[in-house]
Design a protein around this ligand. Structure first.
Ligand code: PNW
Length: 491
């Protein structure tokens, strides 16, 4: 096509009246030009989801609740960590956070306003067992019971995560936290208790959120609570105790919950994204996915530690029994996948696969680790379905940080987040259209919240939170998501 022709058809397409027949449009004119096909009508929904697909949002207790000393809650390792100078951005803590402990009705109303049908929240272990074990605290349970009632009344199905990193400090003091399998056992007791109490209304439980995040960042690099830097052997044992805790909790939940309760975990497993679509790179990405998750999701799904892992760790490999492996691989009903940054993998003759480190120019969001790789969502869903035969998948987290600002007109125009979400959703659609069994999606997050070591410096919400007033302000991404839900399609 010649330049002239394309200019002419361009002019026609965006409407001669708007810009004059022969003029070349300015960027501003283009931005407001209606599409020729519909003269301002939205495009037909190319990316339509099945009718029973479910949309929702996710949060976690310590990140949103506040009320750190209320209702008989005991201290968690995140209280201790965030109150230790130098550990979080500007030494900020989750003492108040979004004050969802008091504003939960308002927050459920936000979800209802979005049209969400599912909400993923987490229970704070030290609200239920202030000392980690022993006698349950009725006020703690009461809070979650009211929260769940509020959801049910709003037509929202609750999805409950039992451990999203706020370990009771008492268990850290007594046992070194996840360094001891006493903590694994305590977790199973707590999980069974909560499932027994809430499974009349909560039909989905996730045991543990993101092994690699709280273990590797908490016990290896020390940038998360409890801030330890263990030697390799102790670290691998800690990893083992955590997956063991998951398995014990699956069994405890099955024993205590109502029949029909679904149980699983939510993991940001390292999903190998093939550098491009050829058989050799895809094969490499599948092997890479298994090897890179060997201490966590792979052992849970396969019931054994991969040879590559045990060999690689040598004398530092975890100590375990055959019975442990059986417990760890207790069958799950549902898998939650948390999908953020891609890990690119290529074929490699020697090892079967190789991870390709990203060039420094790779596009990323406000969190330095959050590379933008929308196709990673497609591959994550496909891998867990194809490698491990998972039949019920939820995207339990997907979203991004953005340098959100309130514009003079009072709105937050987070066009980068909308771009991010739209492209990941197109890839989610691809996975669903190809028949991979993804049944729902949760945006991380409903609202800005305590982003762990980054505290309030990084915002992941589709609602902006003004921390001085606790006012929630819908961002452009909230309007986008409401429309996605309304049309059940990417918009
Ligand atoms: C997840 N990384 O954490 C958590 O489940 C959420 O609590 C958190 O707010 C959200 O993602 C956004 O960070 C992650 O360094 C923390 O790759 C760190 C990483 C990934 C996920």
């Amino acid at each position: 096509m010649s330049t002239n022709l394309s200019r002419r058809s361009f002019g026609k397409r965006i409407g001669a009246a708007a810009i004059g027949a022969s003029a070349i449009p300015t960027a501003a004119e283009l931005a407001f030009a209606p599409h020729a096909a519909g003269q301002g009508q939205p495009q037909p929904d190319f990316y339509k989801f099945p009718d029973n697909f479910r949309w929702g949002c996710a949060t976690a207790a310590y990140q949103v609740e506040g009320g750190a000393k209320e209702g008989g809650r005991g201290p968690s390792i995140w209280d201790s960590f965030s109150h230790t100078p130098g550990k979080t951005y500007k030494n900020e803590t989750g003492d108040v956070a979004d004050d969802d402990y008091h504003l939960y009705k308002e927050d459920i109303a936000l979800l209802k306003g979005l049209g969400a049908k599912i909400y993923r929240f987490s229970v704070s272990w030290p609200r239920i067992f202030p000392e980690g074990t022993g006698k349950p605290n009725p006020q703690g349970l009461d809070f979650y019971s009211r929260l769940v009632d509020e959801m049910v009344a709003a037509g929202i199905d609750p999805f409950c995560t039992l451990f999203h990193w706020d370990l009771p400090q008492a268990l850290q003091d007594k046992y070194g936290g996840w360094q001891s399998r006493e903590t694994s056992k305590a977790f199973a007791d707590y999980a069974g208790y909560v499932a027994e109490q809430l499974s009349d209304r909560v039909k989905h439980f996730f045991t543990i959120n993101e092994f690699s995040s709280f273990i590797d960042l908490g016990y290896r690099t020390g940038v998360f609570a409890p801030g330890l830097q263990l030697a390799p052997a102790a670290l691998n044992q800690t990893r083992h105790n955590a997956v063991l805790a998951h398995g014990l909790a699956v069994q405890a939940i099955r024993a205590k919950a109502r029949p029909g309760t679904k149980v699983g975990l939510a993991e940001n497993f390292i999903s190998g994204t093939p550098v491009f679509n050829t058989e050799e790179h895809i094969k490499a990405s599948e092997l890479g996915t298994r090897v890179l998750n060997a201490p966590y999701l792979t052992v849970i799904m396969e019931g054994k530690y991969m040879e590559q892992y045990l060999e690689h760790e040598g004398a530092n490999a975890p100590k375990f029994t055959a019975e442990d492996l059986k417990v760890i691989s207790s069958p799950i009903d549902v898998l939650g996948i948390n999908v953020y940054n891609p890990t690119y993998v290529r074929a490699d003759e020697k090892h079967g696969f190789a991870v390709v480190p990203p060039p420094s120019s790779f596009p990323r969001m406000a969190s330095p680790w959050l590379l933008i790789g929308p196709e990673g969502l497609y591959w994550a869903a496909r891998h867990v379905a194809q490698i491990w035969g998972i039949k019920d998948i939820y995207v339990t987290e997907n979203g991004c940080s953005s340098a959100d600002v309130i514009a003079p007109d009072g709105h937050v125009y987070d066009t980068d987040r909308v771009m991010f979400l739209r492209n990941y959703l197109i890839n989610l659609h691809r996975a669903v259209a190809e028949g991979f069994p993804v049944h729902g999606y949760f945006v991380w997050s409903l609202m800005d919240n305590f982003e762990w070591a980054d505290a309030y410096n990084l915002r992941f919400g589709i609602y902006y939170v003004d921390y001085k007033t606790e006012k929630r302000i819908p961002k452009l991404s909230a309007s986008f998501y409401r429309e996605v839900i309304r049309r059940n399609a990417v918009v």
